[in-house]
Design a protein around this ligand. Structure first.
Ligand SMILES: NC(=O)c1ccc[n+]([C@@H]2O[C@H](COP(=O)([O-])OP(=O)(O)OC[C@H]3O[C@@H](n4cnc5c(N)ncnc54)[C@H](OP(=O)(O)O)[C@@H]3O)[C@@H](O)[C@H]2O)c1
Length: 320
């Protein structure tokens, strides 16, 4: 089968076409004939070596859609040809065929296969950060950093669907503001100096880290929650004194889908199904701004690494 992989860590240029054997689904797994693969920040981290040194040819790709093409021992409830969206904790989605845990393969009822390609990681994360980590309750006010990105553009809509009273966002450049406002933000601010323009909020979603994380604490209302789920700025971890949380009635909470997938897979599935049902009902939408052929994965990574992406980017996997 055709895939895109890398055998050395580095920039987008290390991504190259490779020919690999079709993987076999093991116990509890399914094989998916891939139609679309989502492009995510986590795949950039994989390529850069943040998740460990490369070991042979590695194929990135944390979320795909397609149809069930093989069923491993012990899997029930799925049959050959079923359209599914799947989260792939071990990657492998930039390929014609990918293996996924059946627990993280979701039937595409009322959702197009194209939308499904950007759903299983992106929507699940947005839902999990808001409902799981930040414990959003109706009436809460929310601030979302990287408001125009893949997770950010759906997080604003999910926050609304869960009853948020106000949703604010930040972006790195004014060029992204008009785009972000399409997703239900009450206001979108430049991230530089954002704290001066945002009144206190109950929840902040922070996938950026560094000084943005520090500044985010200062905009929390009493009993506010700073939910951290990424370090896109690639800055060193913060040292945060515990006493300041007590003194200011603040909480810090975290979300990591890979950890949940190991320790609480049923939570990942439940967040995914809740988010997918919002998508199927039309309460939220995925905005696919860029669709490229699989062979152009490096181009997609260049845009992502430069922080120039908006909405969701998909790779189209032609099967010939
Ligand atoms: N913890 C988890 O389980 C989990 C799961 C999925 C995703 N995530 C995290 O969620 C975040 C969003 O992921 P995504 O795939 O949807 O990406 P994305 O938001 O579509 O793209 C990343 C965004 O991060 C911002 N950014 C800030 N500093 C950057 C830098 N130095 N280089 C590149 N981008 C930078 C950019 O937005 P601005 O222009 O607005 O700065 C960029 O558009 C990422 O931090 C990712 O690691 C975490």
């Amino acid at each position: 089968m055709r895939a895109v992989g890398f055998d050395v860590n580095g920039g987008p240029e290390v991504l190259r076409p490779v020919e690999l054997a079709v993987p076999e689904p093991g116990p509890g797994q399914i094989l998916i004939r891939v139609a679309y693969a989502g492009v995510n920040h986590g795949e950039m981290q994989h390529r850069l070596g943040d998740l460990g040194a490369v070991d042979g040819i590695e194929v990135p790709g944390l979320e795909v859609s397609g149809e069930v093409a093989g069923i491993g021992p012990g899997v029930t409830g799925l049959t050959h040809g079923d359209p599914v969206a799947a989260y792939l904790p071990d990657g492998g989605g930039y390929a014609q065929y990918a293996v996924a845990p059946a627990a993280f393969a979701y039937p595409l009822d009322g959702i197009s296969v194209r939308d499904g390609g950007g759903a299983a990681l992106t929507l699940t994360t947005a839902y999990g950060v808001l409902a799981g980590a930040a414990r959003l309750t109706p009436g809460d006010t929310v601030l979302i950093h990287a408001a125009a990105g893949g997770v950010g553009s759906v997080a604003a809509q999910i926050a609304r669907a869960l009853g948020a009273a106000a949703v604010h966002g930040t972006i790195s450049s004014a060029a992204k503001a008009d785009y972000a406002k399409r997703f239900g933000y009450d206001a979108v601010h430049l991230r530089d100096g954002f704290a001066a323009h945002v009144s206190e909020v109950d929840v902040v979603l922070d996938p950026i880290g560094g000084p943005v994380r520090q500044a985010s604490l200062s905009v929390l209302a009493p009993f506010g929650r700073l939910a951290v789920y990424g370090e896109a700025a690639r800055r060193p971890d913060l040292s945060l004194p515990v006493l300041s949380f007590r003194a200011h009635n603040r909480s810090l909470t975290g979300y990591d889908i890979a950890d949940l997938a190991c320790r609480a897979p049923s939570l990942v599935r439940s967040h995914a199904l809740s988010a997918l049902s919002l998508l199927a009902s039309g309460a939220i939408r995925l905005d696919i701004t860029t669709e490229l052929p699989l062979a152009a994965a490096a181009e997609a990574h260049e845009t992502l690494q430069a922080g120039l992406n908006i909405g969701k980017t998909l790779l189209r996997v032609d099967q010939e």
